[in-house]
Design a protein around this ligand. Structure first.
Ligand code: NI
Length: 390
């Protein structure tokens, strides 16, 4: 492995930063302490720093003459999970935990920023984007809506996530869809309440909603090309609170995931049609609303090639899977890739200590990969900005 020696010499510092952030996890839009640490370091290294996008977002801008501009993004938020780990740097904030490795993502980007500020071996501009609220709160979209790409224009934007189960020293990426879209839906079915002994005097929303659940399962099996991938799950069903009353309404909810924007639109349209027509056939009414809508993570081809080359420079081409199996998970970096070309890849978090799945109370980011991730960012910048490589 080809870790940059200067970054290797900072290993103890990187670990201390990562473990300090791990011990002080902050939830979406509350990342005040984490953002403060990021800002302090960036300013210390002479990087122009902007705060306030999406409340706690931090953007550092490092320019070395005219040239193209690249955006590198790390997420900073933690999850509402009670940590099960007992090591010294376990969460000091009860019920909050860095169970997705965003502590590591923030630290790897800081490591790259420190090196690039000291060496400036590129021509153009690097924007270091430290984003709040990746977990189910769409902080990337809020940063964009707050003017991220108007204030900090970039020609391409890149993201990275640790991936438990992928070995340390390996990267995985693919052009096209890397992660799935996610649309969370709610369906309110309105009927007419009645006595349980007089069903013919009302309209039963429980029965109508039950048929909607069944009919929704026909969308993936009958409306989607069998060679395409989609998941539709109804995960919530609430109605009634008595044995002798037919309630007036039933509520359903669930999620839809797929990789293709056109397919996504078709499935959403079919959910509304199915809910509406099935409810109508029972004399009930259905209203569909969407709580969250993430697009799929779409990697642009030439930037994916560049990212794979940068990863290969760190760990060797044999350790970079360029045709990775996509994940049906979702990621709000997709909003940035909707606006700008770029690439999102996985860095192996290993399978041993710290290798258990993300969003698990015993998860931990693997400190072994801090130097690999920081070196990857530097190699990517060197290639993107003037392609001058030492
Ligand atoms: Ni994550």
């Amino acid at each position: 492995m080809n870790v940059i020696p200067e970054i290797e010499s900072e290993r103890a510092w990187l670990e201390s930063v990562r473990q300090d952030i791990h011990a002080h996890p902050e939830l979406a839009y509350e990342e005040q302490r984490t953002a403060g640490i990021v800002k302090q370091y960036l300013e210390q290294w002479g990087i122009e720093t902007h705060t306030g996008l999406a409340t706690t977002g931090v953007v550092g801008t490092l320019t070395n003459g005219p040239g193209p501009s690249i955006g590198l993004r790390a997420d900073m938020d933690a999850l509402p999970i009670r940590e099960a780990n007992q090591f010294a740097y376990r969460s000091k904030h009860d019920g909050k935990m860095h169970a997705c490795g965003h502590d590591g993502h923030t630290t790897m980007l800081l490591g790259a920023a420190r090196y690039l500020a000291a060496n400036k071996n590129f021509r153009g501009t690097v924007n270091f984007i430290f984003q709040p609220a990746e977990e189910a709160a769409g902080g990337a979209k809020v940063m964009i809506d707050d003017g991220l790409f108007e204030l900090f224009p970039v020609d391409a934007v890149f993201g990275m996530h640790n991936w438990p189960g992928l070995a340390v020293g390996q990267f995985a990426v693919k052009a096209g869809a890397m992660m799935a879209s996610l649309d969370c839906f709610d369906i309110v079915v309105e009927g007419t309440g009645t006595h349980g002994a007089l069903p013919h005097r009302g309209v039963d929303p429980v029965l109508a909603a039950s048929h909607i659940v069944t009919a929704l399962q026909s969308i993936v099996s009958r409306n989607v090309d069998p060679l395409q991938v989609a998941v539709l799950s109804v995960t919530k069903f609430h109605a009634g609170d008595a044995y002798n009353i037919v309630p007036a309404r039933a509520e359903l909810g669930g999620g839809i995931r797929c990789f293709d924007p056109d397919l996504r639109a078709n499935i959403l349209r079919r959910v509304e049609e199915v809910a509406d027509k099935v409810a109508e056939s029972f004399g009930a009414r259905a209203a569909v609303t969407y709580q969250m809508a993430y697009p799929p993570v779409m990697n642009e081809v030439s930037n994916t090639v560049l990212a794979a080359e940068a990863a290969s420079a760190v760990v060797g081409a044999d350790n970079v899977d360029t045709n990775s199996q996509p994940s049906l998970g979702s990621e709000d970096f997709a909003f940035m890739l909707e606006r700008k070309p770029g690439c999102y890849l996985f860095i192996g978090n290993g399978s041993g200590k710290g290798g258990c799945v993300i969003h698990n109370p015993a998860y931990d980011f693997n400190d072994e990969i801090l130097t690999l991730g920081a070196t990857y960012w530097v190699r990517l910048v060197e290639r993107f900005l003037a392609t001058v490589v030492a």
